[in-house]
Design a protein around this ligand. Structure first.
Ligand code: PMP
Length: 437
């Protein structure tokens, strides 16, 4: 997206005082292409030159009801008139926790935090405290936030550094992570029953938690093989391991009750963020009563000045209330299905082998003959150059889909059938452009 004049000037200003002009490394697309937003409403964002984009990035997933949703904003505006942070329990915290317990199967108690990173970090500590074990097993290509526990072999990594798939080594994702942390994490390839079974046979008794994205939300929205999540559940039961579903992307998005509802497999702890607050910062750790009660003062530490603050909880209360009307998923699933089907048909019509993965609320596309099943496949099999070229053409033409195909397309309930039709038209233009037709 080569910036227009005003957007360019704005980004130059940003770069003078903010490294690379962004407050999260994932947002940087280069000096000329990094998105800048001056305004957002419903399913659209606008840059500083007033150009409109149909937005399928949606802040990397939080926006489920549309940007600047009036129902959510009004609740927040009303709530903040009465104070925002008290270091005391208030009504919005309780009503949000009650709704999460009601909506998410298996969740009996909830603690609130502010971000996905914060909630996976605390969930892991709770699991370690509960089991009195230190090692956490994570899967290649899964992303669980920015803390040092989990920044190993994520989707930004190179499988060349991840070793043999039968004996995976942890690939350090950042400078600044102490080397001693490596000993606290065990890696496994996602969707591979055999390798996981072998690892757990050797190390099962040492492992505090298995943490997993139930759909690869940072890897093209790949879905688990039938029976895979059930296998994780059985293995965790066998070895006394706490099973954590990281639902930061899937929660309140693939279904009102997240992956627990969608797949019918229940973890011991779930972590939620993103769609929970429709873009306002709020996150939650939900789990079984006996595990959650470990956060007793003097046992497992969980805290935070802003945990459960009025802004985030009022937004979440309104978001979940609106979701309970059922309208959100009806619209979002219809428009998302049109896009998934339509994109598939366009690619077929132009002779491009492909797979469409995920669910209507959060889907990904791989271009290529072979169907990827895990992160290693994603790294090697699809034609990402072509994917990116299509993505950049879309962005230039007002469809804001992430040109990095590991990041799914996200839908919100404000996306319309007209948006889908316009998107498909522009998708076909982009494919033709890339194929030089
Ligand atoms: N877990 C998952 C599955 C995520 O996708 C993300 C963010 N993309 C995080 C955790 C971290 O969340 P946050 O950016 O709010 O810290």
């Amino acid at each position: 997206m080569p910036h227009g004049k005003k957007s360019h000037e704005f980004f130059e200003r940003a770069k003078k005082v903010i490294p690379y002009g962004v407050n999260s490394n994932f947002r940087y697309w280069g000096d000329n292409d990094t998105p800048v937003v001056a305004d957002a409403k419903d399913g659209y964002v606008y840059d500083f030159d007033g150009k409109r984009y149909i937005d399928y990035r949606l802040g990397f997933g939080p926006i489920i009801l549309g940007h600047a949703d009036p129902f959510v904003n009004e609740r927040v505006i009303e709530a903040i008139q009465h104070g925002v942070t008290f270091a005391a329990t208030h009504k919005y915290e309780v009503s949000v926790a009650e709704r999460i317990v009601e909506m998410c199967p298996g969740v009996e108690m909830v603690r609130l935090t502010n971000s996905g990173t914060e909630c996976t970090m605390h969930a892991i500590r709770i699991a370690r405290g509960y089991t009195e074990r230190d090692i956490v097993l994570k899967f290649e290509g899964c992303y669980h936030g920015m803390h040092d526990y989990m920044l190993w072999s994520t989707a930004s990594g190179d499988p060349a550094g991840m070793g043999d798939r039968h004996a995976p080594s942890a690939y350090k994702q950042s400078l600044g992570i102490p080397e001693v942390m490596r000993g606290l994490v065990q890696l496994a390839p996602w969707n591979d029953v055999e390798v996981l079974g072998d690892i757990l046979e050797k190390r099962g008794e040492e492992i505090a938690a298995v943490i997993v994205e139930p759909i690869l939300g940072n890897g093209t929205a790949l879905t688990p093989q039938p029976g895979y999540l059930e296998f994780l559940r059985e293995q965790c039961d066998q070895y006394g391991i706490v099973l954590i579903f990281d639902e930061v992307k899937t929660g309140f998005r693939i279904a009102p009750g997240g992956a627990g509802e969608y797949f019918g497999v229940l973890p011991d702890i779930s972590t939620f963020a993103k769609a929970l607050g429709n873009g306002y910062p709020i996150a939650a750790i939900g789990g079984k009563r006996d595990i959650m009660m470990m956060v007793e003062p003097g046992k497992v530490a969980h805290g935070g000045t802003y945990s459960g603050n009025v802004v985030g909880t009022a937004a979440a209360e309104a978001t979940l209330e609106f979701m309970s009307t059922g309208k959100v998923f009806e619209n979002l699933n219809r428009v998302g299905t049109t896009l998934m089907k339509g994109i598939g048909e366009i690619l077929t019509r132009h002779g491009v082998a492909h797979y469409v993965h995920g669910t209507p609320a959060m889907f990904g596309i791989t271009l290529g003959e072979a169907k990827p099943k895990d992160f290693r496949d994603l790294y090697t099999l699809p034609d990402w150059k072509m994917y990116e070229a299509i993505g950049m053409h879309l962005v230039e033409n007002g469809v804001m889909a992430e040109p990095d195909g590991l990041e799914p397309w996200f839908l919100c309930s404000d996306h319309t059938d007209e948006d889908a039709a316009e998107t498909l038209q522009k998708y076909e233009d982009a494919v033709k452009h890339v194929l030089n037709k």
